[in-house]
Design a protein around this ligand. Sequence first.
Ligand code: SIN
Ligand code: MN
Length: 267
Amino acid sequence: MKLNETDLKRFDDDGFLFLPGLFSEDEAQMLMDEAQAIYKQDREEVWRESSGVARTAFAAHTYSEPFRRLGRHPRLVEPVEQLLGEKLYMHQYKINAKAAFDGEVWQWHQDYGTWARDDGMPEPRAMNIAVFLEDVTPANGPLLFIPKSHKQGVLEAGHDLETTSYPLWTLDREAVSRLAAEGGCEAPIGPKGSVVMFHGNLVHASPPNISPLNRTIVYLSLCAVSNHITKFTRKEWIAHRDFTPIESLEDDCLRELVDNRAAVAAE
Ligand code: SIN
Ligand code: MN
């Protein structure tokens, strides 16, 4: 899949691109069923909120066939290859639940701020591409973006080890307010199967989810192979050390699993 000129311009101007309905409802549902099964597992890659509900499952592409395929899906890998101009490897892979009632905040941050400081990633030549596995609405803790903030480089940040179970380099309110005075603040919302790609330096956050609706999003953090990390301070399943270039699968790689599961259910 290739981005057109309008997409490229929008990404360059705003630092993100929203692609509604890129995956079908049944592809998203199949992945959601798998995410729920993973969250029930007792494994170190699944981190939990203080209430005990799952917050993040790391590295699911290494232990789940549906998520392995998603990590090599051409609808995700090819647009990022196009933007970064070379082959990619998987720097990080997360399935973030923001559970109904209990899903906690992600404070304001830039992902590349963490990748540079903690992982020694040389340049912001890596980015996230996110797939909504459930509908994202204004009510259930959507991502919040500060458009155009990706043009600011790496901003000063403090290491937040306390607010949530996930350590993060976070920005202060003054910096976020200054950037929002220029770029505003937007929440990409849309149905399950939608995709949003965003620049590694885009300032973003998400509020707690007090609504009765779950909100699950998968994030592939794809990095240009020549820009691989140089510091290995975090667990291998948080900041991967396998820099093998990703070879995309066929476009119907998830459809095949949807059809297989329907056939088994019908037996
Ligand atoms: C992130 O910023 O890395 C995750 C935010 C979210 O899933 O709400
Ligand atoms: Mn982030």
